[in-house]
Ligand binder design. Structure first.
Ligand code: KG4
Ligand code: ZN
Length: 308
């Protein structure tokens, strides 16, 4: 079964065709650049850009597939920016009608988690997934692709949002995660002793707004110059340390020894390494970087689980 998936929940436009929830036949991804000047995604601009590129991207993907017969159309239904989601949903409705095939609407977060399930067919259920993106930071107990329980979440900012806001503080550009990660490479991770908020909270929740404020206070009280990469490395270390320790704690509590990562922040090299260093105690699965950030492959693949 060939499913054509569409993703427009934020600033990435994705179109992809996936066969039987596993095999990527063709995929196209366009990351909007117009938000750089604003330090964050502007919903109005995002929706206009999606509308501009969706028709040609869809044509292109179908052409790349060798004009394969499409059996279903799938689209991200939520969560995301409403104006951006609406463009994708309307386009998917029109496409499914014109192709005379059914439409499947899927949850964007479940699709992030599914990146692991499609990449690693021998994955064990239930497993613990740390979902870290620009809008969400959650520890999930995944009993099946369609049965997911939230066991921990951020009480304020998401981890990706913290990366983006710290990058903005230093005028480094957007999105902040990949920029900070690159600048931090090989630098001193214990240069500044940043706090680990809620590390001993006794639950599996997170808080990143205090850490962001700690970076802001440091900037206000110190003259940050050539040592900026060391400050950023210390910040990155704090975020990754919190994420890793809380997730491992949840896995131990639930007696589950299989852990997966998902979402844009899961492409962070330090975070991946921290989790992989636990491979002697846990089965750790991390999807390829291109399936961590927003894309339509995850959408088309997950939709296969909903085919009746
Ligand atoms: O999952 P995603 O592509 O979109 C959302 O659903 O939010 O995640 C985007 C987030 C952004 O906040 C971005 O800064 C962060 O993922 N991100 C990273 C890295 N690559 C993307 N954060 C840290 N390190 C990275 N290498
Ligand atoms: Zn996402």
């Amino acid at each position: 079964m060939n499913i054509l998936g569409i993703e427009t929940s934020c600033d990435d436009t994705g179109v992809a065709i996936v066969k039987d929830g596993r095999e990527i036949i063709a995929s196209s991804l366009y990351t909007q650049k117009s938000h750089k000047d604003f330090g964050g995604v502007v919903p109005e601009i995002a929706s206009r850009m999606h509308l501009e590129v969706l028709p040609s991207m869809t044509k292109d993907v179908i052409y790349k597939s060798g004009n394969l017969k499409i059996d279903k159309v799938a689209v991200t239904q939520s969560p995301g920016l409403s104006p951006a989601l609406l463009v994708g949903i309307s386009f998917a409705h029109a496409l499914s009608r014109s192709m005379e095939v059914g439409l499947i609407e899927v949850n964007h977060l479940y699709a992030h988690v599914y990146a692991n399930i499609m990449s690693f067919p021998d994955i064990i259920f239930p497993h613990i997934s740390l979902l870290v993106s620009g809008g969400h930071t959650q520890i999930l107990k995944v009993s099946s692709p369609k049965s997911i329980e939230i066991i921990g979440t951020t009480v304020d900012d998401a981890a990706g949002e913290a990366f983006d806001k710290v990058a903005r503080m230093f005028n480094l550009g957007f999105p902040g995660g990949p920029i900070i990660s690159k600048l931090s490479e090989g630098r001193n991770t214990s240069y500044v002793k940043f706090p680990r908020p809620m590390i001993g909270s006794g639950d599996f929740n997170f808080s990143f707004s205090g850490l962001k404020t700690a970076v802001s206070n440091y900037k206000r009280t110190h003259e940050v110059k050539d040592d900026l990469p060391d400050v950023l490395a210390s910040f990155e270390e704090a975020v990754c340390d919190i994420l890793t320790r809380k997730t491992l704690k949840a896995a131990k509590y639930y007696g589950i020894n299989c852990i997966t990562l998902s979402g844009g922040v899961a492409s962070n090299r330090k975070l991946r390494n921290m989790f992989l260093s636990q491979s002697d105690k846990f089965k750790v699965y991390i999807p390829p970087v291109e399936l961590c950030t927003d894309n339509a492959v995850n959408i088309a693949a997950l939709a296969f689980e909903y085919v009746e």
